[in-house]
Design a protein around this ligand. Structure first.
Ligand code: NAG
Ligand code: NAG
Ligand code: NAG
Length: 248
């Protein structure tokens, strides 16, 4: 009897090991995978575009954006030390777009989220005289007051729109919808975005590929996507609003 129970016990022991080890391995592998791929708690994943958590309301969002835009120290830097340096970099980008026939001296141009308007000044310097910017806080005469979630312009107004603040949009679909609404058919939108690095605490979204953009720009086609070095932003995405057939 004794000699028989021992192997039987061992048999059960080895059998349970045989069954449980793969299960344990599977679980530990899954928890490892979860750790490396899941977004932080509270983050709402939406493909390659994620809205940052922590904005309790649109008012709270505006308050935070205004805190940066109205910061007197930052405004001083933007209008003094940064002024010419930034205008020169923007002017290079715009010259390049002119060479590619995406921007003309005669274009009516808008810069979205322009703060003190260095990009607007750059457009004017390269010959695009009819240029203006919008931001929550105006900086006349270059920048008018306006929220990019609800542009203060009529449909089909601009030939060209530029923005490097896509990451500040709390409602990216509204940001894009307003661009497509105010661009004329055939008009060009140039966005500078960060794909490979995360931007500052004032950002409201994180973008991990251009796909969410191409999906949202439903009334436009992609002209080009290229790498740029634009104040921490690494990618230029250019869209052209489609011309409607059979409508004016
Ligand atoms: C904005 O700044 C004001 C005072 O400078 C402060 O009271 C307020 O809490 C700040 N708001 C946010 C959202 O940081
Ligand atoms: C556009 O304007 C710039 C600056 O005023 C000028 O140098 C350039 O010749 C103009 N280009 C065309 C095609 O008119
Ligand atoms: C402006 O465009 C939006 C959509 O892009 C459309 O819903 C609206 O009817 C247009 N308004 C006018 C006055 O045409």
């Amino acid at each position: 009897m004794k000699t028989k129970t021992k192997p039987l016990f061992l048999k059960y022991f080895f059998f349970s090991l045989f069954v449980s080890i793969p299960i344990l391995l599977l679980f530990s592998f899954q928890s490892l995978r979860r750790k490396t791929t899941d977004p932080p708690p509270g983050n709402q994943p939406s493909g390659d575009l994620r809205i940052r958590p922590g904005y309790t309301s649109y008012e709270a969002y505006l308050q935070l954006q205004l805190n940066k835009t109205l910061n007197p120290k930052l405004r001083k830097i933007w209008t003094t030390r940064d002024w010419d340096r930034k205008i020169n970099v923007f002017a290079q980008f715009f010259q390049d777009l002119k060479q590619k026939q995406l921007l003309k001296n005669e274009s009516k141009a808008l810069c979205i989220g322009a703060r003190v308007g260095q990009e607007v000044e750059a457009l004017r310097r390269v010959g695009v005289a009819d240029s203006v910017g919008i931001d929550l806080v105006p900086y006349p005469p270059l920048v008018l007051k306006g929220d990019f979630h609800n542009q203060p312009f009529k449909n089909d107004t601009f030939d060209f729109e530029f923005s490097n603040v896509f990451d500040h949009a709390l409602y990216p679909d509204k940001f894009v919808g307003e661009i497509e609404r105010t661009l004329r058919p055939g008009g060009v939108c140039v966005l500078h975005v960060a794909l490979s690095r995360r931007s500052d605490k004032y950002s409201a979204n994180d973008l991990y590929s251009v796909r969410p953009l191409t999906e949202m720009f439903g009334r436009s086609e992609v002209v080009h996507v290229r790498t740029v070095d634009g104040f921490g932003l690494d990618t230029e995405v250019v869209f052209r609003k489609k011309k409607l057939i059979g409508r004016s």
